[in-house]
Each structure stands twice: as structure tokens, then as C-alpha cells.
Write a protein that binds this ligand. Structure first.
Ligand code: FUB
Length: 522
């Protein structure tokens, strides 16, 4: 008896200490955001936005990306909040460190504070659905969904189901998926629905009104075209909508040209557990490889929150929350969601530059380009210390040819006298496998046929920095870089280029590419 009493007292002390620690950390900081992203100065990254309305204000729950610039991983230790009375004003209050997994779920490990959602339950309290790692899990994938409850968004949050997660690879039904990205809707009749999933697996289940107990069987949804992850369940005028990150990729896909990127797509249903019908695209791929939607009505207007890599120093693992108006087309049945045009803060005027690659259409010998690479990254002006495949053009296949070429086509002749190329490689020079620097490369320009520029020994091949070449001015409409793969006839490495600049003799005001692809010179 004495032992259990002191254990109980200890637990109470621990819980109250965790709650006290949470409440001590919460202090709001005013932020003025004259556009997207809301937090833009690179001091705090914010990802996986989940908007909700509470106390007449628009709140956004977000994770916090803390990965260094050269680390490709979701380093996410805590959740944060943004709140505004009026998103149009640009005035927000930022609560930087609201809660960490280990503050609330004594069964969870620190870190992996992935995409959560806060909803108001039928009892008026706030419920926070949080994917976290379950410490005691023996499953291959330790992600599990816990539920915390609070009376205010800033907490203190306490575990609403202290015996453990409500979803894992063991509960409520065994599965082999990664159990993340929960989304919850409390329907007009007070019934509660939970969906979750990633890597193409979407699951749904009804919950009891207690917000934590599964009711009925888990449904698998496979009718939402290109579903990848990040489901967001919502209801408008009696229609259920499921927004999600889709990655059906290809040169003619309406979603994304490169599979690592995602569009936000959506489907509708007339019942909360489906069947779901795919309807189209809400948002084209953003600057981060992941995309993540959350939408709510606030003061008569729907808003979509999503994240991008657009903040200072941003990246695929250093994302930042953006908000834009979401519009419906009520002339259709069911009402369609209009494609959203993302807005930005006022941007600095681009500086004059000698680099005219941005105005060209890029083409390559390996079209259609494998969907993990992205040819438009050749002339997007971005180089990264740790790029992902869609940050580059690449050519790897299990059987690589001896040569590949990449080409720029302008709609009018241009005069040029230099070029810089940034190779990417995961293998050393001379390797015959995976991706290696080219054995050599050389530029050719079009003048009634392809004419060489300088001899191959004038071209450097080091990866990870620009390799510069200067030459006497030439005028052309098409420029080709012919790359020789390293290796030999038996095995050859693939090739990859992060960025390829072409330099005019004098700086010029930057001009955007023309609307139509420039034609080939051949
Ligand atoms: O932030 C980690 C993961 O990235 C989320 O769970 C996914 O939805 C994607 O945004």
C-alpha cells in the first residue's frame, strides 16, 4: 500500500512538474508577416501546419524543423503555435515551444514530433493527435499516435489515453504501415473520425465521443489518386473533403514532374468513411519536397495552411508555414476546390547578372527524365550542400550509356562567353557505379550543326562546386554540354548536375523564361 501510494504520488508530482514545465515555457512573441512564409527570417522553422479556430482566433499548430542545412532528416523535437485575429493583417503571435512528446506521453521517446492536429471535442476541450515514437514498441516502425487534452492551445497538455497510443502497428488493428499524420473531424452530429497514414497508405476509423476509443473497423482508402501522405479531413456544406499530399509523378502528370515532390490533391465523399472520389489538385509542388495541407473556415473565409522552403536558409528539412485563401467553385457539384496560387512576401528585386540560363528551356538526352530527377533544377539558381534527387538533373539507370547531354534552348539568339557547371556525385572520380563526376565534358553550340567550344581538357570535373570555363564570345540559340560517363564498357556510372549557368559578356537585368518552351535547333 505504502509503495503504491508513493508511486502514485511520484507520478502526480511528475505530471504536475511536466505541466508546470510546459506552462513555464509558453510565451508568445508578436510577429508581423507581410506575406508568406509567416516566420521567414530563418531563426525558427515551422512545418506540417494544422489550423484550428479557438476562442475566436485562428491558430496553427506546427512542428519545428531543426535540421542543420546539410542534414537530410526530420529533426523535430517540439510543436509550436501561431495565432492571429485576422490572417489578412499579417499580425501573428508565435508560441515557439509549446510541447514536446516526452512532456505529455510518458510512453513516448523524445524527438520525432511529426505532423499533429488539434481539434475541439464534443466536450469543448481541445484534443491533440500527435505522432510520436513509442519507447516500448518492438515493431519495425515505432511511430504511434497519442492523444493529449487541454483547455487552452498553449496547454498544459496531458495524456488523454495514458495507457499508450490509440494507433500503432499493434492497435486498433495490426498493420505494417508508418502510423503518422493523423487528421480528425468532429462531425456536426458529434461523431468523430480519424484518418492517418503515409507512403501511399491511408487508413480511417470512427472514434467514440471520448476522442480516444476506436469504434468499428479500420477502413483502407485506395481511391485517392496518387495519395502519398498528410491527409486532412474536413467538411463543407454537407460534403466531406480529403486534402492530401499526392506524388503521382511524370512529365504529363497534373500533380508533379518529380516523385520526391508532392502536390496537394483532394477527393470528396458523401459519408465520412467514404467511398472517396478523387477530384483534382489544390496546390502545385512547393519549394520543399514535402507538402502538407491544413484547411479551416475562419470568419467566413476558408484558409489553406501549407509549408514551403521559402524562409531564409530554408530547405526540405527546414520548412516554414504559409497561409493563403482557399476558394471553392460552387457552380460544380460537389463544389470543387480551385487551384490555389501561392503568395509570397515582397521579394527583393533580382540583381542584374551575367547568367542567362534562367531564360532558357532545358532539355536532355535521357528524356523522359527518370521521375526522381527534375530537369528544371538545372537553371533554378539553387545549389544545396545536401541535395535530394529532384534538386538536380540526373541520368542514373542500372545500365548507363557512355555519353549524356544536357541542353539549353533560348527563343532568341544569345551571345555568351562563359559557363559554370556544378556536378553532383556520391562516388569518387573514376568510379564505375552509382553517380560519379564525368570522365570529361565539353560544350557545343549550334551553328547549322553542333560546333565544339574549346577542347575537353579545358573543362574541370570536380563535383560540389562550380567548374568555370571562359571562351571567346559566340552567338547561338542552343548550347549543349556533352558529358562522358566514368567507368568502362562493362560498367559505367550515372551523371548528375545540380546547376548549370551560362554567362553573357555583360550583366543584364534578369528576365523570366518565356511562356512557351523554346524549340530545338536541330
Ligand atoms: O514533418 C514530417 C513529415 O513530413 C510529416 O509527417 C509529413 O506529412 C511530411 O510533411
Amino acid at each position: 500500500m505504502k509503495r503504491s501510494l508513493s508511486a502514485g504520488m511520484l507520478l502526480a508530482l511528475l505530471l504536475s512538474t511536466a505541466a508546470w514545465a510546459q506552462s513555464q515555457r509558453i510565451e508568445g512573441v508578436p510577429v508581423h508577416a507581410p506575406g508568406n512564409p509567416i516566420l521567414a527570417d530563418g531563426r525558427y522553422y515551422s512545418a506540417d501546419p494544422a489550423p484550428f479556430v479557438f476562442d475566436g482566433k485562428l491558430w496553427i499548430l506546427a512542428g519545428r524543423d531543426e535540421a542543420p542545412a546539410d542534414v537530410n532528416d526530420f529533426i523535430m523535437k517540439e510543436w509550436q503555435l501561431l495565432v492571429t485575429n485576422n490572417p489578412k493583417s499579417g499580425n501573428w503571435v508565435h508560441y515557439p515551444a509549446v510541447v514536446r512528446p516526452e512532456d505529455v506521453f510518458k510512453w513516448a521517446t523524445p524527438g520525432r514530433a511529426y505532423a499533429g492536429q488539434v481539434v475541439k471535442g464534443p466536450d469543448g476541450r481541445l484534443y491533440f493527435y500527435a505522432p510520436v515514437h513509442q519507447a516500448s514498441s518492438t515493431a519495425k516502425d515505432k511511430f504511434a499516435i497519442g492523444v493529449a487534452v487541454a483547455d487552452s492551445p498553449t496547454g498544459p497538455w496531458v495524456d488523454a489515453h495514458p495507457s499508450g497510443p490509440i494507433v500503432s502497428q499493434q492497435v486498433p488493428e495490426p498493420n505494417h504501415i508508418q502510423n503518422i499524420d493523423p487528421t480528425v473531424l468532429v462531425d456536426d452530429d458529434g461523431r468523430v473520425y480519424l484518418y492517418w497514414g503515409t507512403f501511399g497508405q491511408l487508413r480511417g476509423v470512427e472514434l467514440e465521443r471520448d476522442m480516444v476509443t476506436p469504434k468499428g473497423r479500420v477502413v483502407k482508402v485506395d481511391s485517392l489518386t496518387g495519395f502519398f501522405e498528410a491527409p486532412w479531413l474536413m467538411k463543407r456544406s454537407g460534403i466531406y473533403y480529403m486534402l492530401y499530399a499526392g506524388n503521382q509523378a511524370g512529365p504529363n502528370s497534373d500533380c508533379t514532374p518529380a516523385i520526391y515532390h508532392a502536390c496537394i490533391a483532394y477527393g470528396t465523399a458523401s459519408s465520412p468513411l467514404g467511398p472517396w472520389t478523387y477530384r483534382g489538385i489544390v496546390l502545385k509542388p512547393v519549394s520543399s519536397t514535402t507538402s502538407h495541407p491544413g484547411a479551416v473556415p475562419f470568419n467566413g473565409q476558408w484558409y489553406l495552411a501549407y509549408h514551403t522552403a521559402d524562409a531564409k536558409g530554408g530547405g526540405h528539412f527546414r520548412r516554414s508555414v504559409a497561409v493563403d485563401r482557399l476558394e471553392f467553385d460552387d457552380s460544380q457539384s460537389p463544389p470543387a476546390i480551385r487551384l490555389l496560387t501561392p503568395t509570397r512576401r515582397p521579394q527583393p528585386v533580382p540583381l542584374p547578372t551575367r547568367n542567362i540560363a534562367g531564360r532558357a528551356t532545358a532539355a536532355a538526352s535521357n528524356e523522359p527524365i527518370p521521375v526522381k530527377y527534375w530537369i528544371k533544377s538545372l537553371n533554378d539558381g539553387i545549389t544545396k550542400p545536401a541535395p535530394l534527387p529532384p534538386d538536380m538533373w540526373g541520368s542514373w539507370t542500372p545500365d548507363n550509356p557512355s555519353h549524356q547531354w544536357i541542353e539549353y534552348r533560348w527563343d532568341q539568339p544569345v551571345t555568351i562567353n562563359g559557363s559554370r557547371i556544378w556536378f553532383w556525385a556520391d562516388q569518387p572520380t573514376g568510379s564505375d557505379t552509382r553517380i560519379a563526376p564525368p570522365k570529361q565534358w565539353q560544350l557545343f553550340y549550334w551553328n547549322a550543326g553542333w560546333k565544339p567550344i574549346l577542347s575537353p581538357e579545358r573543362y574541370g570535373t570536380k563535383p560540389g562546386k562550380f567548374q568555370d570555363v571562359r571562351f571567346p564570345p559566340i552567338t547561338t540559340r542552343c548550347l549543349r554540354a556533352v558529358l562522358t560517363a566514368s567507368g568502362n564498357d562493362g560498367n559505367r556510372a550515372g551523371l548528375a548536375v545540380q546547376e548549370w549557368e551560362v554567362l553573357a559578356p555583360e550583366v543584364q537585368a534578369p528576365r523570366p523564361p518565356g511562356g512557351q518552351p523554346a524549340p530545338s535547333c536541330e
